[in-house]
Ligand binder design. Structure first.
Ligand code: GDP
Ligand code: MG
Length: 651
């Protein structure tokens, strides 16, 4: 038998963890809202059944407040899963059950999964599973996704429920005589024009009473008039839950948990932001201290290896140009990027610890307050933080924003974040020009990115129509970060980095090497090459910024392919030498000020190809895509200009 199962639940209830536990997939688990934005599918086999699991984005309700909610609803209605698995964060049971009631109302067979049962046990709470199941009229299975408990039992239930699918009658909440009467009338009216399943009709009727815009577009009942009952209907649902919740699970709200106590300090209006800055400082300290230590080892290996291979190739009488291609082009470029792998890994280890402990969720909440004050949507901060990893998935999460303007603004500002590809640039330049102050310099660039993003957002905000702002977010309990989650997360990032080095960086290095060795007349000195000519043509634009050399210009052009290519290009241009970059960069005229201006420029200029691609996809507009390209370039130019021109008067 083939069973289609959809995972639905509030953000952060553990859907992805459960999905990964079943499928062995390694999707990103994040201890905060809004991490999964695209649905993901996985297939498992059990007892001769094939089960397709679909992990959907987290939602708080099925009302059309955000694109996620509409999409999830559409998904359930159109693709018709055999079983809807409603995953519930048991430590937030009451709040989660609101969505449960709405799901049950949809009329598809529901199985409720009480996740994080391990946390409840640790706290000594008991849950009356039978009672809950009776009240909801659906099976309830307690599990722990992280501890992998209850998983088989859940599978059995899924198979059982899907077999009895045709007999399924959903429990329905009684909305009182007035509303129930209207529901009945509506069901009759719908029946006249639409032939639909009974369960669905009741759901549509309720949605019409709630004046649900999506449904009103679809079901047109010209003669029907009524007031908006959404508040009453919502309240009755809450009351319904309140009736039995105490008997199912008693949570002692008086007792202060560790999380509550910690939050008093961490989300405090005055202390919150300084603590966050301090945390980020620690992230960089870790990235640079431990990261640089290992990067140094990698660097020696890189240098040694390139000599070894050169000697080896010479010994075999390989032609000079092939040796140069392999050693200077490929090993130079690809290796020049791989030596920063330890820094990247450290950065992601640190970030994932902050995330999985539950801290980042606090930061998002904290920033929400701040963002609201300046008139921005607090949710925009989540893509911004994800942007520290990579703009591509970050821009995809902008979908969770309800308002189209907010989505657009977020898409436009996310590329200003210091993504991990920019890290090698910071490491390289700050180590050479700011020895001893690398952490401060890198941190200042991260802040510069956030600052520019906020300023730009404010400018957009005044030119675009205003929208409402609100962040509803449950704060997860603080917890020990799980080694497994962190390993998966960091490994995915490291793998991605290595794959990029072997593909995009490899190609870019080879191409770059060729255009640096040749021009139309054949093999020439590098300064006469085709590549140098391109660089020279562009370089004057950068002269007022302090780095008007063809080497810098060429690597910036190449960097549009991916920001780390700025570094790999320089490695190809300057070659792998023991004195390394320091000498070469100083020789082409870089100093402290121009190096900083250069880093700032790299941070802000034109998004990389992948990001441009996702901007096009998400905005579905060439106009906005081209705009983002041009305006980021302009912003970057001005910021670097200011830094260089002001800086050189002081230093
Ligand atoms: P999603 O947003 O619903 O996909 O939630 P995730 O799968 O990303 O999980 C959110 C957080 O809850 C992560 O930090 C998980 O490690 C944690 N988590 C998920 N399931 C469990 C569980 O059964 N027990 C505990 N203790 N933590 C869990
Ligand atoms: Mg998820």
């Amino acid at each position: 038998m083939h069973i289609k199962v959809a995972f639905v639940g509030n953000p952060n209830c553990g859907k992805t963890t459960l999905f990964n536990a079943y499928t062995g997939a390694k999707h990103k688990v994040g201890n905060w809202a809004g991490v999964t934005v695209e649905k993901k599918e996985g297939i498992i086999k059990h007892d001769g059944n094939t089960i397709t699991l679909v992990d959907l984005p987290g939602i708080y309700s099925l009302s059309p407040y955000s694109m996620e909610e509409i999409l999830t609803r559409e998904y359930i209605m159109n693709y018709d899963p055999d079983v809807v698995v409603n995953i519930v964060d048991t430590s937030n049971l009451e709040r989660n059950l609101f969505l449960t009631l709405q799901l049950i109302e949809l009329g598809k067979p529901v199985v409720v999964v009480l996740n994080m049962i391990d946390i409840m046990e640790n706290k000594g709470y008991e849950i009356n599973v039978e009672r809950l199941s009776r009240e909801l009229g659906v099976p309830v299975i307690p599990v722990s996704a992280t501890k992998q408990r209850g998983l088989t039992k859940l599978l059995h239930q899924l198979i059982k429920t899907s077999k009895m699918k045709s007999e399924y009658v959903p429990m329905s909440v009684n909305y009182g005589t007035v509303i129930e009467h209207k529901i009945d009338q509506l069901i009759d009216a719908i029946s006249e024009t639409h032939s639909l399943n009974e369960n669905v009709k009741r759901w549509l009727a309720i949605k019409l009473l709630e004046k649900d815009s999506e449904i009103m577009k679809r079901i047109k009942l010209p003669n029907w008039e009524s007031k908006n009952y959404s508040e009453e209907i919502g309240k009755i649902k809450y009351d319904y839950i309140a009736c039995f919740i105490e008997e199912v699970l008693q949570i002692d709200h008086d007792e202060e948990t560790f999380s509550d106590k910690a939050d008093k300090v961490i989300t405090n209006n005055f202390l919150g932001i300084p603590i966050f800055l301090l945390m980020m400082m620690m992230v960089f300290a870790f990235t640079f201290s431990v990261g640089n230590y290992f990067a140094g080892i990698f660097e020696s290996i890189h240098y040694g290896l390139s000599w070894l291979i050169r000697d080896f190739l010479i010994a075999f009488n390989v032609t000079d140009w092939v040796i140069a291609l392999i050693v200077d082009g490929i090993i130079g470029g690809v290796g020049g990027i791989l030596i920063f792998l330890p820094n990247i890994a450290c950065l992601f280890i640190a970030i994932s610890i902050l995330e999985d402990s539950g801290y980042m969720a606090r930061v998002a909440l904290l920033m929400d307050k701040f963002m609201c004050k300046i008139g921005l949507n607090g949710k925009a901060f989540i893509p911004m933080i994800l942007g520290f990893g990579c703009s591509v998935p970050a821009i995809m999460t902008a979908r969770t924003l309800e308002n189209e303007n907010d989505r657009l603004i977020t898409t436009m500002i996310t590329p200003f974040m210091s993504c991990s590809a920019k890290m090698p640039i910071y490491v390289l330049f700050s180590r050479i020009f700011f020895p001893g102050y690398e952490i401060v310099v890198a941190f200042s660039l991260y802040l510069l990115g956030v600052f520019v993003a906020i300023v730009v957002a404010l400018i957009f905000k005044t030119t675009l129509k205003k929208g409402k702002t609100a962040l509803i977010m449950e704060l997860p309990q603080y917890k020990m970060p799980s080694v497994k989650t962190i390993t998966i997360f960091v490994w995915e990032k490291v793998k991605h980095y290595i794959v990029r080095a072997g593909t995009v960086i490899f190609l870019a290095s080879v191409v770059l090497w060729f255009i640096l060795e040749f021009n139309t007349t054949g093999h020439v000195d590098m300064t006469e090459s085709f590549g140098a000519s391109i660089g020279k043509a562009i370089a004057p634009i950068f002269a007022p910024l302090g780095f008007g050399t063809w080497e810098a210009a060429l690597s910036l052009i190449a960097g549009v392919m991916g920001k780390e290519i700025v570094v790999s290009s320089m490695a190809v241009i300057f070659g792998v030498t023991e004195s390394g970059f320091a000498f070469a960069l100083k020789a082409v005229g870089f100093n402290m000020i121009s190096a900083y201006a250069f880093m700032a420029f790299c941070l802000l200029y034109t998004p990389c190809v992948a990001t441009i691609g996702i901007i096009k996809k998400e905005t579905n507009s060439w106009k906005w895509t081209i705009f983002s390209f041009v305006y980021q370039l302009t912003v970057a130019w001005f910021v670097a200009f200011l830094i260089y021109q002001i800086g050189r008067r002081f230093f």
